[in-house]
Design a protein around this ligand. Structure first.
Ligand SMILES: [Zn+2]
Length: 510
């Protein structure tokens, strides 16, 4: 492995001393780690020199929520709420298992777009229909090993019968649809936990510097049994893994929580002893004040996915309330069928902008520094990697992005942190390094043959269209019932406004 000296760059370290304030320094990288940071470092024999003049260096970004499954569904859906949308790109029936080769391909797509846009860690909540097998997981880990990216990869699982995972399914689905859904095979908690143990022994902390991690992914409270949730929690604690789950993404889920879980998924998690610093909740759009308090008390994280939440009209996580409660907020893209990007920089910009609409008090508005933290150190904490990556500090892994400051986005050069969040779109990226290895060089991928990848995808596209059409046709039987379920939930949903800051006192008394 090469050692490097990056000389005299502008750096946003996101560390305890500098925060997100830019400063000038040199960075020495030895054996994949940041070994020294100081002004005027001299080169040592054998080191490769990178001229940092006119460069901005930041920690590699962490995508705290994504699903590589969707990389075969990009550009297929619009104007559907999550519950109906899921039926379209996560078909309930009619989807044959994908070959490991296709799984590898779609994972490489995700890695390629991530790396080229400065994302060095992906939290990939991998899901497979009908079931994830060890060969699927092996193909995903192999793709990430090749790509050179850092990844937490699940294991996403649901172990409740499909009809029990959503409200009013038996009220609105036709008896024929219910019969089909009732015949779907369900994994048991015991089987999944055994699968997860085997996956940990095979894949967790593999590749150089242990950059590939397994994570447990109980899909969502309404889809999981207490045995599965407590079993996943125990594994997370035993092996120091991330436990990744979806909570209160939509108003329908808030209604589900209120109607069927005595008012709160999060309180239910708490009663089960599931809440811990290992836990990241994707979305958390419709959390109430008490739930935020429980998450903060237990050191949990939320992965905020505003692009996905806007596209699926799910709502908006209350940024300032979540931060004030003391919950660690990371940001994610979600899958490319709902966002439709793996570029965390786009999510940074959206986050910085959209929450300014929710309050007339500037203190509630995200700063560029806050969203940069969310995209780096907070994401690392949420991924259980807070002491490994997420900031540029001596002793941490050299996961970093080097931007060329001689570009349109940074001209004229003024407050580069603001320009990074509001102007830069990935086109200024020169170099991306993961664990001290250059993965993107002069904007081009070193580890993936991009033109070959695109050709491979072109070749499977006719088959892909056929496969998707077949799946959608077979799932047509559910569509009307799902829309009815959605409309009933919207009628039942009470209180919280979507765009303005939540008025907790009103919610408490209504
Ligand atoms: Zn998701």
């Amino acid at each position: 492995m090469s050692n490097y000296l990056i000389r005299n760059a502008t750096v946003i370290a996101v560390d305890a001393t500098h925060g997100t304030e830019p400063f000038s320094t040199s960075i020495r990288i030895a054996d994949g780690l940041i070994s020294e940071m100081a002004v005027g470092l001299e080169a040592r024999p054998g080191e490769q020199i990178i001229n940092g003049a006119d460069s901005l260096i930041i920690p590699g970004m962490v995508n705290a929520h994504a699903h590589n499954w969707e990389n075969l569904w990009r550009g297929t859906q619009d104007n559907m709420p999550l519950e109906v949308w899921m039926l379209m790109c996560y078909p309930v029936v009619g989807s044959d298992p994908l070959s490991p080769e296709l799984v590898r391909l779609r994972t490489l797509l995700m890695a390629a777009e991530s790396l080229k846009s400065g994302v060095t860690t992906v939290v990939d909540d991998a899901y497979e229909i009908p079931f994830q097998k060890m060969e699927h997981l092996a193909a995903e880990f192999a793709a990430y090993e090749q790509a050179g990216i850092r990844a937490n990869l699940s294991g996403q699982i649901a172990d409740k019968p499909f009809l029990d995972t959503m409200p009013f399914a038996r009220e609105f689905l036709s008896s024929a649809a219910q019969k089909i859904a009732g015949e779907l095979e369900v994994t048991s908690a015991a089987d999944y936990l055994a699968f997860a143990r085997e996956a940990i022994s095979k894949f967790d902390r593999t590749a150089e510097h242990g950059r590939l991690r397994f994570m447990v992914g109980p899909s969502a409270p309404q889809r999981c049994t207490p045995e599965l949730l407590t079993g996943c929690s125990a594994l997370a604690k035993e092996f120091d893994l991330e436990l990744h789950t979806h909570v209160l993404e939509t108003r329908t889920q808030r209604v589900t929580s209120d109607e069927f879980y005595n008012g709160s998924f999060v309180e239910w998690f708490d009663e089960l002893g599931v809440l811990s610093p290992h836990v990241t909740l994707a979305h958390g759009v419709w959390l109430n004040e008490k739930e935020l308090g429980l998450l903060a008390e237990n050191g949990c994280s939320i992965s905020h996915n505003p692009l996905s939440n806007m596209k699926l009209a799910s709502g908006l996580m209350p940024w300032s309330e979540v931060r004030r409660a003391g919950v660690n907020v990371a940001i994610g893209t979600d899958g490319v069928c709902s966002s439709d990007t793996q570029r965390v920089s786009e999510v940074m910009k959206a986050t910085a902008l959209v929450h300014k609409l929710t309050s007339d008090n500037p203190e509630d508005w995200p700063t560029a520094g806050q969203v940069l933290e969310a995209a780096t150190i907070n994401g690392a904490r949420s991924a259980q990697l807070g002491s490994t990556v997420g900031s540029l500090e001596v002793g941490k892994e050299a996961d970093l992005v080097i931007y060329d400051l001689n570009t349109l986005a940074f001209s004229p050069r003024q407050q580069v942190d603001l320009q990074l969040v509001y102007s830069e779109n990935g086109s200024s990226i020169r170099t991306v390094m993961v664990a001290g290895r250059i993965i993107v060089d002069e904007g081009e991928l070193v580890t993936i043959d991009e033109s070959q990848l695109l050709q491979d995808v072109r070749e499977i596209t006719p088959w892909l269209h056929e496969w998707q059409s077949k799946a959608m046709a077979e799932n047509e039987i559910f569509v009307e019932g799902f829309w009815k379920q959605y409309r009933k939930s919207m009628k039942m949903f009470s209180g919280q406004e979507r765009y303005r800051t939540r008025d907790w006192s009103r919610r408490a008394t209504s």
